[in-house]
Design a binder for this molecule. Structure first.
Ligand SMILES: [Zn+2]
Length: 422
């Protein structure tokens, strides 16, 4: 920065600076406060220098009529530096009664009185934290008071834009058969799908989660996520589109991981026909655990031993032996315990081909020991399933959309489009 300006500032604040000269922490805080005031002043001075958004005395309206310039109107806007006051041109169409502030659109201002910069910061924090926490953190970091309610409305607006954009992208791809170019050409691409429930006002609802990943030579794993509160068909299409971006069509090999739920089987068959389907190890062993608990109770040594013996058989590819063993055991039980064993037998025999863990491990495949499950926890649980959280659909799907935009590193892309003015 220009030395002259710095010298002037130093002199201007010299008395206050002198008081904290021996304490960097206090000096830093003071400079931060001054810079905020300077920023606010500078913004305020600069913003109304020229007529804002003035496009002449009239402009074309969407209704084929014409919008007339009425006057410049004021508006207060909360920025990262504090409140400023804007004057901008106001247009009105006498035919369709539409009104327009071209400056607001160009600046990315929405219905909330927040600048794009402050809105972006609020939404970023809301990706991880409750609205109350975000409100506190914004005040702590930027010295600006934004209410939890404002932040909530903001995330609804931006999240809705993200979801609409994703639907539009998909519709375009399907209509024009214009499949997006892949960012990478993976050797082996993994696609995993699962469902996880979120507590919403009427009851618990399933959000469907997809994780797409491949390993590069350094064994680094980069995951890309898909998450929606949608029917399986729509979700399947979104998972497919995202997989295309991750190199579905270019990959030498495609591995699909999931439990045996019918919707997962269906969507895999529709969109990932050439993939090797593996029942992920986490779900497979979960089924054995559930049966073990039904037979010998939760947390007992007997359960643990029983489960480990059966898991080992499965791990080593002895599914036939495991099924024979289970059928033999079933003879000993009646009622709920018998049903539990029958359920497990059915699960293993239906999915036998997808449970050849010996073969999969031999080939060096990731058999999904928790990758999918931890993605569900990470993508959904960490933000949407904090204790006592009950969501309205608009809220949960908006936050999930924002969270995934951040995790998939499309945050800047989203804000370049000025989502609040959309
Ligand atoms: Zn009009």
């Amino acid at each position: 920065m220009d030395t002259k300006i710095l010298e002037q500032l130093e002199e201007y604040f010299s008395e206050e600076f002198a008081l904290v000269r021996h304490d960097l922490a206090a000096l830093e805080q003071l400079v931060e406060e001054k810079m905020r005031l300077l920023g606010q002043g500078l913004l305020q001075r600069t913003v109304n220098r020229k007529p804002n958004g003035y496009k002449g005395s009239s402009m074309a309206c969407g209704c084929d009529g014409s919008m007339r310039f009425v006057q410049h109107r004021p508006r207060d806007i909360h920025t990262l530096f504090g409140w400023i006051n804007l004057e901008r041109a106001y247009y009105h169409c006498p035919d369709c009664r539409k009104s327009l502030y071209p400056y607001d659109v160009a600046s990315g201002l929405g219905t909330e009185r927040l600048s794009l910069g402050l809105a972006k910061a609020c939404c970023l924090l809301a990706v991880d934290d409750s609205f109350e926490q975000v409100s506190r953190k914004i005040e702590q970091v930027f010295g600006q008071k934004v209410s939890a309610n404002t932040i909530e409305r903001l995330t609804h607006q931006v999240g809705t834009v993200v979801l609409q954009q994703a639907d539009e992208d998909l519709a375009n791809v399907r209509k024009n058969r214009d499949i997006p170019e892949a960012r990478i050409t993976p050797k082996r691409l993994y696609i995993a799908a699962d469902g996880t429930t979120v507590h919403e006002t009427d009851s618990w609802h399933e959000s469907k989660i997809g994780v797409i990943y491949s390993e590069d030579e350094r064994k680094d794993r980069k995951s890309c996520y898909v998450g929606r509160f949608d029917n399986s068909e729509t979700f399947g299409w979104h998972l497919w589109l995202e997989s295309c971006r991750c190199g579905l069509r270019q990959a030498d090999e495609v591995i699909f991981l999931g439990d045996g739920a019918p919707w997962i089987r269906n969507e895999r068959r529709k969109h990932f026909g050439r993939s090797t389907f593996i029942i992920d190890w986490y779900h497979a062993s979960e089924h054995i655990w559930n049966c073990g608990k039904a037979l010998f109770g939760e947390g007992t040594k007997v359960t643990e031993k029983w489960v480990h013996q059966r898991s080992d058989l499965l791990w080593d590819g002895w599914t036939k032996k495991l099924l024979d063993d289970l059928k033999e055991q079933r003879k000993k039980y009646r009622g709920a315990k018998r049903r539990a064993i029958s359920g497990l037998i059915r699960y293993i025999s239906t999915n036998e081909e997808q449970m050849r863990y010996d073969v999969f491990r031999e080939k060096g495949y990731d058999i999904g020991s928790g990758a999918v499950e931890s993605a569900c926890k990470y993508v959904v649980g960490k933000r949407l399933k904090q204790s006592g959280m009950i969501w309205k659909r608009l809220g949960s799907s908006s936050i999930l959309a924002l969270r995934i935009t951040w995790l998939n590193e499309r945050w800047e892309q989203l804000w370049e489009k000025k989502p609040l003015a959309a």
